[in-house]
Design a protein around this ligand. Structure first.
Ligand code: GLY
Length: 387
């Protein structure tokens, strides 16, 4: 049976951001299609799934913090709805996070982070090294102090992606398991896309949600092409044998010699160790140096990890944007919307992105909370670039 070739909404990209957009749009009664050779893939397959609005706060990202917190607040209901609807266990774990310091420099840095969190009205608690080890006995004796953030949780992004595929199917969204080769523009309006096999899909509105690939779709006029770039992250998956459980009871993270390292323990026994952050274009090689650096830093935090089986190494590409914040909503080309550029926060921002995109697709208006993330904020920069 051939698939329908027309829809109200065509979502290009079936990672978690494209899927949540398609699911919420289909729930609102829009005839929705998704183009992706492997829906449920993308950056989420490498992601650790930290929902870390508090512990990933950076200077200069207060506007993004508002959106991160809005999404964190939605997570309990979002996860319950998705899980109930699909029967999938999402690995959603309200376990909190502990950010620790290993030396005097780290501790000074963490004190600054704590000041920034307090100034931003966020709840976190300063602990001594001993208090940290009381919470997490596997921590190294050298841990000098830490910040406890009980509101930063986790979800398993692979389970999230699989559940979103099911949710889309149940809501009636159609999947075209192929690459989108080119956006079609008819009379100055996005009108659909051409697939790799030459099939033409037509739609009233097109959402480009292709993660780090979003800036490479042919046919998109240069002045609305999203300024996203790939930011490579290498991650490891270890396994905690039942005899060592519970190895860690919450996410543990630190900045070691300037690099972020985190350990995310799942109830399934998986322990995710991440992640490098590398600007190397489209390279997704897992390197000896990447694995060594992660294991070295993780070992300084939690020496016992060297006992654990190493189950998987992987690299993914975050969709970085010039201000580390997503691009959500209409572009300067009628009919073309963006949902991309989520960088380090794609998993956290999934619920709010679905709601924002469904709202704008049905009403034409970007809701108040998403207005700072309009793609139009980059329009001036793009039109000034040489052709
Ligand atoms: N949010 C964690 C990371 O991007 O590595």
């Amino acid at each position: 049976m051939s698939l329908p070739r027309t829809s109200d909404v065509l979502v290009i990209g079936g990672g978690i951001i494209g899927l949540v957009t398609a699911w919420r749009a289909a729930q609102r009664g829009l005839v929705t299609a998704v183009v992706d050779p492997e829906p449920g893939g993308g950056a989420a397959l490498a992601a650790a799934g930290m929902l870390a609005a508090v512990t990933e706060l950076h200077h200069g990202e207060q506007t993004l913090l508002g959106l991160n917190l809005a999404s964190a607040r939605r997570y309990p209901d979002f996860a319950a709805e998705l899980s109930e609807l699909t029967g999938h266990d999402l690995g959603y774990r309200r376990c909190g996070t502990l950010a620790v310091a290993l030396d005097a420099d780290d501790r000074a840095h963490l004190r600054e982070v704590h000041d920034l969190q307090r100034a931003s009205g966020l709840a976190s608690q300063w602990l001594t090294g001993r208090e940290c080890r009381r919470l997490e006995p596997m921590l190294a004796p050298g841990v000098r102090g830490g910040l406890r953030a009980d509101g930063d949780h986790q979800i398993d992004p692979r389970r999230l992606a699989a559940a979103l595929v099911t949710a889309c199917e149940r809501a009636g969204a159609v999947f075209h398991r192929s690459w989108a080769d080119r956006l079609t523009v008819v009379r100055d309006r996005a009108a659909g896309c051409v697939l790799r096999d030459g099939a033409v899909l037509e739609a009233g509105q097109v959402v480009l949600a292709g993660g780090s690939l979003s800036g490479r779709l042919a046919g998109v006029p240069r002045e609305v092409l999203p300024p996203v770039r790939p930011v490579k992250g290498q991650v490891l998956r270890l396994t905690v044998p039942p005899r060592y459980a519970p190895f860690l009871s919450r996410t543990v993270r630190a900045v070691v010699r300037g690099s972020h390292v985190y350990l995310v323990p799942r109830l399934s026994g998986e322990l995710v160790v991440g992640a490098t952050s590398e600007e190397l274009g489209w390279d997704t090689t897992v390197t000896a140096g990447g694995v060594y650096g992660l294991l070295r830093d993780a070992h300084e935090l939690v020496p016992g990890i060297t006992e654990l089986p190493l189950a998987e190494t992987r690299a993914g590409l975050r969709p970085g944007s010039p201000d580390n914040a997503p691009l959500l909503g209409p572009t300067g080309l009628d009919g073309l919307l963006l949902a991309t550029g989520h960088h380090r926060n794609g998993v956290l921002l999934t619920p709010v992105t679905g709601d924002v995109m469904a709202h704008v697709l049905t009403s034409g208006d970007l809701p108040e909370e998403a207005r700072p993330f309009t793609p139009r904020r980059f329009a001036a920069d793009l039109s000034e670039q040489p052709a």
